[in-house]
Design a binder for this molecule. Structure first.
Ligand code: HEM
Ligand code: HEM
Length: 80
């Protein structure tokens, strides 16, 4: 499909960048003390969003369902 490689490539890498950005965001919120009132509910909602993104990453990673996903192997070697 035309441009499919670009969309899949973007999806693959931005999904990983998102996890890193969320970790940084969480650290910034903790360092700034932004988890305290009046933003306590904001913080808990953020934690739910984090779980949601991690769940989407795990299930999304499995979607291509090739040997890499079956084995959970990032080494690049094919096993027999
Ligand atoms: C999909 C995930 C998330 C998105 C899109 C998102 C987005 C944002 C944005 C745009 C802001 C305003 C800019 C800023 O203060 O940096 C913000 C603030 C904030 N976020 Fe998140 N966030 C997410 C996840 C989280 C997580 C995981 C936490 C912590 C558990 C969190 C807690 C907060 C708090 C407490 C603020 C207020 C900071 C302040 O007012 O000083 N968020 N978020
Ligand atoms: C926070 C949001 C999302 C995250 C973190 C995420 C994460 C991922 C990851 C890690 C993969 C595996 C890609 C690879 O290794 O090549 C994937 C595949 C996939 N995702 Fe997502 N995804 C998100 C949102 C979405 C949305 C909104 C859609 C559709 C509307 C979607 C549709 C798909 C499809 C169809 C695949 C399998 C096809 C492929 O691998 O190219 N994802 N996703």
């Amino acid at each position: 499909m035309a441009g499919g490689w670009l969309l899949r490539g973007l999806h693959h890498y931005t999904a990983q960048v998102m996890t890193v950005l969320l970790a940084l965001h969480l650290m910034q919120v903790v360092i700034d003390g932004a988890y305290k009132a009046p933003r306590r509910s904001h913080f808990w909602f953020g934690l739910i969003l984090l779980q949601l993104v991690l769940a989407l990453s795990l299930t999304g990673y499995l979607l291509p369902w090739d040997p890499k996903r079956f084995l959970g192997d990032e080494s690049g070697h094919e096993h027999t």
